[in-house]
Write a protein that binds this ligand. Structure first.
Ligand code: CAA
Length: 262
């Protein structure tokens, strides 16, 4: 899977690819090198047919990702700041629109760019030790890796503005309560819970899952009528798959479906 300095990757026999952000000295903060590595990593995972679902997590128990690297950002000019934002936005868009489901296993601090990375994933499972927040206003900037857009889409306008304006951190229970985290897990059960969810998804019809992802993502960018029309198209297209015949035949024959992704 290539040479990475700040990322670890492991692909298990179930088809789960686990990507670990590994810069423990900086609490896994995202510097430019790490963002470039994420870009390259997701290209490789896309091309690898053995990978069915991706889990993104951080090394250690303290931090998922403590944000963009502040040391690297401090002296940027306005032009460099915009370029930096656009670089990471592009990579996070790639993750959001990745052809396979992506689960964030949020093991600790998910601040700034870390919260934004988690939000670019499809599903977030939080350790009881996780802390979420967008503290950028304490540094004189707004979030720049999609936070002003994805946070309100996940938790609503009012709650998003509260988090964005105050820079407050919230714990896993609160993140779960407001819909930022899908599930909360004990720290030592976090990866197990993420893998259990991944295995459940892998057992379903892959094209149907992929189509659900695209329809949700596209639908949230357009009006309801256009989103519903898109749904009708992909709903119809799935009747051309072998997995649709298999899924419905298995139901009628009262047996487990054997999906092939075709
Ligand atoms: N960038 C660079 N280095 C960071 C970092 C970051 N975002 N977060 C932590 N570190 C480094 C610290 O500088 C420290 O390094 P040294 O040991 O060399 O001094 C090391 O990680 C450990 O951090 P702390 O000593 O601060 O650990 P702590 O337990 O006292 O506090 C923390 C933990 C509350 C997460 C604190 O580190 C913190 O507030 N970090 C910054 C969080 C932040 O503001 N994130 C947003 C960044 S801006 C952004 O992300 C913009 C965007 O939208 C893209």
């Amino acid at each position: 899977m290539g040479d990475y300095t700040n990322l670890l990757v492991e692909i298990d026999s179930d088809g789960i690819g686990t990507v670990t952000i590994n810069r423990p000295k900086a609490l896994n903060a995202l510097n430019a090198a790490t963002v470039h590595e994420l870009d390259q990593m997701f290209d490789q995972l896309a091309a690898n047919d053995a990978v069915k679902v991706v889990i993104v997590t951080g090394s250690g128990e303290k931090s998922f990702v403590a944000g963009a690297d502040i040391l690297e950002m401090r002296d940027k000019t306005a032009v460099e700041g915009r370029q930096w934002g656009q670089l990471a936005q592009g990579v996070f868009n790639k993750i959001e629109n990745f052809s396979k489901p992506v689960i964030a296993a949020v093991n600790g601090y998910a601040l700034g760019g870390g919260c934004e990375l988690a939000m670019a994933c499809d599903i977030r499972i939080a350790s009881e030790k996780a802390k979420f927040g967008q503290p950028e206003v304490s540094l004189g900037i707004p979030p720049g890796f999609g936070g002003t857009q994805r946070l309100p889409r996940l938790v609503g306008k009012g709650r998003a503005k509260e988090l964005l304006f105050t820079g407050d951190m919230i714990d896993a229970a609160e993140a779960y309560r407001i819909g930022l985290a899908n599930q909360v897990a004990a720290p030592d059960e976090l990866i197990g819970k993420a893998k259990a969810m991944a295995q459940k998804i892998i057992a379903r019809a892959p094209i149907a899952v992929q189509v659900c992802k695209t329809a949700v993502n596209r639908g949230l960018d357009v009006d309801l009528t256009s989103g519903i029309a898109y749904e009708a198209e992909v709903f119809g297209l799935c009747f051309a798959t072998q997995d649709q015949k298999e899924g419905m035949t298995a139901f009628i024959e009262k047996r487990k479906a054997n999906f092939t992704g075709k």
